[in-house]
Design a protein around this ligand. Structure first.
Ligand code: GTR
Length: 429
């Protein structure tokens, strides 16, 4: 059972009422338990979820926070490495900036830099480029949104964090159909943008983990890819960290305010990047679904069995053991969201995107808020899903947008508002 401090106070109040007026006290206790994190940490709307903080009876908020920072966070991170995404190499690589080229881009009053970088591992090397856009009028080092994509980053208007050039639908509300709008919004608000091509890091194909960054670490003497070795999502997340290495060396970028963003498969990679690399200041996941923000145990929409069958290279091989056995995964995705704490994280869903399980994405954000409460952050309100097209939450942001599986101008508007609000909050502290 987990009872954060504010809930303990409420519980105490409810119990004193109970002594005086038994019937009303019972009603109070019922609402306390059904409205907040104070319910049994493992029971969420009929689901048995792995606990975030571990057995916590009798422990206060500061003890729980010590436990979280002391070992619980690390334990969960390792379980995700061992059972879901696979372990990426932490050592034995080097990133060198080879060349930086820049030009003014008139219509946006912006500067575009193309930074060519070299990545060397024990078994080989590869080159990748980071395309960085900075507003012309930046007062000092600029906060930057970083996202991967799966097409040419040389494009004048790459769509940040989107896995394909087109969209599942067309319309002015789509960021991909309206890149000028996005670019203007970013620059007017003082944000820069950076992209890196996922294909340059690790092509999205199942080739036995030989191409891309996997190949740089592939030991020719080892015939098989180990069960716990990194899959492609982990390679992309790792690539986002290498892009951050590059950005952090640029004097025009504020290396402490690089925010990672991604839609769909890039949203899964963005979440894992934020979990594994605490240098990312904020994390934005759009319609990331199974293996992203959605709870695996709900088995709603895309399931673990399905995703492993269609994309056998995305996760570590061990994750394949949990197809149709989700309850046996030692972790679930609310714990992934909690790994961002206390850094701000935002989860976005779309009503018609049933495949990504909007409800499961919401429940993750809501449940993860238990860890944010240890840091005095309100988190994402619940347990009822917020109204359509409303952005809610502090520390953990969430919205359910009308429409389909896409990254839209509405999603971006919410992300930018959230990023600005969080920046103001941290200035006030
Ligand atoms: C779907 C896949 C999702 C999501 C999406 C994408 O086919 O089932 O998990 O990642 O693709 O990234 O395009």
């Amino acid at each position: 059972m987990t009872y954060p401090f504010d809930r303990i106070v409420l519980l105490h109040a409810s119990l004193s009422v109970l002594c005086r007026r038994w019937a009303w006290g019972m009603v109070g206790c019922f609402f306390l338990c059904s409205a907040g994190y104070g319910q049994d940490a493992e029971q969420v709307q009929g689901l048995k979820l792995p606990s975030l903080l571990g057995p916590s009876a009798g422990l206060g908020r500061s003890e729980l926070r010590q436990r979280w920072e002391g070992h619980r966070r690390q334990e969960i991170l390792q379980q995700f490495e061992q059972h879901v995404y696979g372990k990426a190499p932490h050592q034995g690589f080097e990133v060198t900036v080879l060349n930086t080229d820049w030009q003014w881009v008139g219509p946006y009053a912006a500067k575009r830099k193309t930074i060519q970088a070299h990545l060397a591992g024990p078994m080989g090397s590869l080159e990748f480029k980071v395309t960085l856009w900075l507003p012309e009028k930046s007062l000092g080092p600029c906060p930057v949104f970083l996202g991967m994509h799966l097409f040419d980053s040389g494009s004048l208007q790459p769509v940040l964090g989107q896995p394909w050039k087109g969209s599942s639908s067309k319309g002015p509300e789509l960021a991909s159909q309206n890149p000028s709008w996005l670019w203007q919004q970013l620059f007017v608000r003082g944000f820069g943008a950076a992209t890196v091509d996922a294909d340059e890091m690790d092509p999205d194909q199942h080739d036995g983990f030989k191409n891309g960054v996997h190949g740089l670490f592939h030991d020719a003497n080892r015939q098989t890819h180990g069960d716990r070795d990194w899959g492609t999502l982990a390679a992309w997340a790792w690539g986002l960290s290498r892009a951050l290495d590059v950005l952090a060396r640029d004097q025009e970028v504020d290396g402490e305010r690089v925010m990672v963003v991604g839609h769909s498969r890039m949203g899964k990679a963005a979440l894992w990047a934020g979990a594994t690399d605490e240098r990312f200041a904020m994390v934005f996941s759009n319609n990331s679904g199974c293996g992203g923000a959605a709870l695996s145990r709900r088995r709603h929409g895309e399931t673990v069995a399905h995703i492993n069958r269609v994309f056998p290279h995305w996760f570590c091989s061990q994750f394949h053991a949990y197809g149709d056995a989700e309850d046996e995964i030692p972790v679930d995705q609310h714990q992934l969201i909690a790994l961002m704490a206390p850094r701000p994280v935002y989860v976005a869903s779309a009503l018609e995107d049933d495949w990504a399980d909007p409800k499961g994405e919401f429940l993750s954000a809501y449940r993860a808020s238990e860890v944010y409460s240890l840091y005095d952050k309100a988190g994402c309100p619940g347990p009822a899903q917020p109204e359509l097209n409303q952005s809610v939450g502090e520390g953990v942001g969430y919205h359910l947008r009308s429409g389909r599986h896409d990254l839209t101008t509405f999603d971006w508007m919410c992300f930018l508002d959230f990023a600005e609000a969080q920046a103001h909050r941290s200035k006030r502290k």
